[in-house]
Ligand binder design. Structure first.
Ligand code: AMP
Ligand code: ZN
Ligand code: FE
Ligand code: FE
Length: 287
């Protein structure tokens, strides 16, 4: 049997693996296919594609966009993206600028309550264009200002805490259109994490292509529930570990195994769309 892990992060966002390290782990896990889904970037895709090609693993370009629908945060995965697409790259640059500004604001708030975290230590820790809360947490840990990464989130970074700063979020409808115009498939990430089933029909109406039924934080019952939803709306079924490298106890890559037939269905949908051109939602391809 061939398996895929379609939700992975590297150092190009808040993962700790380089693309080469990620692919070494994919080999160990005997994965046939991987997709890279770094937050608000596609920058790691070329290096990951090269590392995959060298070891005979199939690679799918991807990203994970933070979006909102009816005031609810939703993460949208984009797959089979044209990573040269000008509009996609322009929007990603905006997200990254906001992420960088948000780091200054988070650190200023931490400083205000007397915790001497140096903002440059966060940027040094991140060393990428898409910095986020995990980098603030790691910088706090390195400076000895917290005992554990979870401690950093619990005390400062999680929603409602002093340094929690909301991210700029594109509307999910715009995110789906953005992914489509870059030739990609739009997939709702880890729906079980925030139990926001009520937004699914609206996303489907906007052209959602798939739903991440299998995820590290989904119970078996949850996965079954989302498989039923996928069936009901004719959505593609995807899955991935959401591995962030060694930021958690052990790497999660390969712990969620998506059967290869689901990848074939995704590829078929992309191929069909490229033949027929833009669909009813203004999707399709182009530059
Ligand atoms: P950001 O995109 O900057 O808001 O950061 C979100 C990332 O932070 C997620 O992808 C997780 O990797 C991580 N994260 C969120 N909440 C926690 C938590 N309570 N403990 C550890 N990591 C977390
Ligand atoms: Zn992350
Ligand atoms: Fe996510
Ligand atoms: Fe993720």
């Amino acid at each position: 049997m061939k398996f895929a892990d379609l939700h992975l992060h590297t150092q190009f966002s808040d993962g700790t693996f380089s693309p080469t390290e990620l692919v070494e782990h994919a080999v160990q896990q005997q994965l046939a296919v991987i997709a890279l889904t770094d937050h608000d970037t596609v920058e790691g895709c070329p290096a990951t594609a090269r590392a995959c090609a060298a070891v005979g693993i199939e690679f799918i370009t991807g990203t994970e966009l933070t979006a909102e629908f009816n005031d609810t945060e939703v993460h949208l995965l984009g797959y089979y993206l044209d990573i040269q697409n000008a509009r996609l790259l322009a929007e990603i640059t905006k997200f990254q600028t906001v992420r960088q500004q948000r780091i200054y604001e988070m650190v200023a708030r931490i400083n205000e309550i007397g915790v001497p975290l140096d903002v440059q230590s966060v940027f040094a820790m991140a060393n990428c264009k898409s910095p986020g809360r995990p980098h603030v947490a790691r910088a706090l840990l390195k400076a000895g200002l917290v005992k554990h990464l979870d401690d950093a989130f619990d005390r400062y970074l999680k929603k409602g805490r002093v340094a929690w700063v909301p991210k700029a979020r594109m509307s999910a409808l715009e995110s789906i259109a953005l992914i489509h115009q870059a030739g990609g498939l739009a997939v709702m990430a880890h729906p079980g994490l925030n139990r926001t089933d009520e937004i699914i029909p609206g996303l489907v109406a906007a052209g959602l292509d798939g739903i991440e039924c299998f995820h590290t934080k989904h119970s078996t019952a949850m996965s079954e529930h989302y498989l039923e939803i996928a069936d009901k709306y004719g959505l593609l079924v995807t899955g991935g570990s959401d591995c962030h490298g060694y930021s958690k106890a052990k790497p999660l890559i390969g712990s969620v195994k998506l059967p290869y037939e689901q990848v074939e269905k995704m590829a078929a949908r992309v191929a069909a769309r490229r033949q027929t051109g833009p669909g009813p939602n203004g999707n399709g391809h182009g530059h």
